[in-house]
Design a protein around this ligand. Structure first.
Ligand SMILES: Nc1ncnc2c1ncn2[C@@H]1O[C@H](COP(=O)(O)OP(=O)(O)OP(=O)(O)O)[C@@H](O)[C@H]1O
Length: 232
């Protein structure tokens, strides 16, 4: 098993050509160990979303490599990449993006159905939904629950395939302060319980308290990498 669950090696991302060329990421490198809880921070336009898209294998770097669980993803073709993405990565977004005409339980099992691995998925989903405190909401439709509950469903959905790495883009950005605090505590407790790696893009590092690592991005470069980062 690889020492690192994720290695970002000398990654550049260039958008556009010639006069419109923008270096969104420049020679960026860092590594993340299994089970770490990590934040990516930086001001607007610093390159956070671009970096998350690279790590999430939603787009390819212009140069450099993303290595996940020891696999150099630059060597995978597009089909292999999407299969690999579905099995290794879980995604949480600012908006929960649930399907409103499906129940909470059906929303959670959807990634399994897409993968064609429906066996036992409903039991596993129920167990996970209990872990996040939604056992009484399972059969409600997604538009019958609160915003904070919807984000907990989205978190459960991201975990159903037992990903090596969970990626979250501003997961509290659309929540009131109480729901945001509940969501932060839930993400941290799931990280400890399931020993999955969490990588979270946020504008507000203070909301997350003490974490294993904080990478600060500025103008597409790493400005600072703090290990066992304490709330300041
Ligand atoms: N598809 C694109 N085409 C051209 N330029 C882009 C594209 N996406 C991002 N950029 C540019 O790349 C840089 C980094 O953008 P990115 O969205 O990664 O920043 P960010 O830190 O996530 O910002 P925010 O916090 O506002 O979402 C910015 O200069 C942006 O304008």
């Amino acid at each position: 098993m690889a020492d690192y669950v994720l290695e970002v090696k000398n990654v550049d991302k260039v958008y556009g050509h010639g006069e419109t060329e923008v270096y969104a990421l420049r020679n960026l490198s860092f590594s993340v160990k299994r089970g770490e809880f990590m934040l990516i921070v930086g001001s607007s336009g610093s390159g956070k979303s671009t970096l998350l898209n690279m790590i999430g294998l939603l787009d390819r770097p212009t140069h450099g490599k993303i290595i996940i669980d020891g696999v150099d993803t630059s060597e995978l073709n597009d089909n292999q990449l999407s299969t690999f993405r579905n099995s290794k990565l879980g995604f949480i977004f600012q908006f929960s993006n649930l399907l409103s005409d499906l129940t909470v339980l059906e929303n959670v099992t959807l990634p399994r159905k897409i993968q064609g691995t429906v066996h036992n998925s409903s039991e596993e989903a129920k167990t996970l939904l209990k872990t996040v405190g939604l056992e009484t909401q399972m059969n409600k439709f997604a538009n019958q629950i609160s915003g904070g509950q919807a984000q907990r469903v989205a978190i459960t959905r991201a975990l159903i395939n037992k990903p090596s790495v969970v990626l979250a883009d501003e997961p509290t950005g659309n929540l009131d302060s109480i729901s945001a605090e509940t969501t932060v505590q839930l993400l941290k407790s799931l990280n400890r319980k399931l020993y999955q790696t969490f990588i979270i893009v946020t504008h507000d590092r203070h909301q997350f308290g003490d974490v294993d690592k904080v990478v600060t991005i500025k103008d597409g470069r790493i400005l600072k990498e703090e290990v066992e980062a304490k709330m300041q």
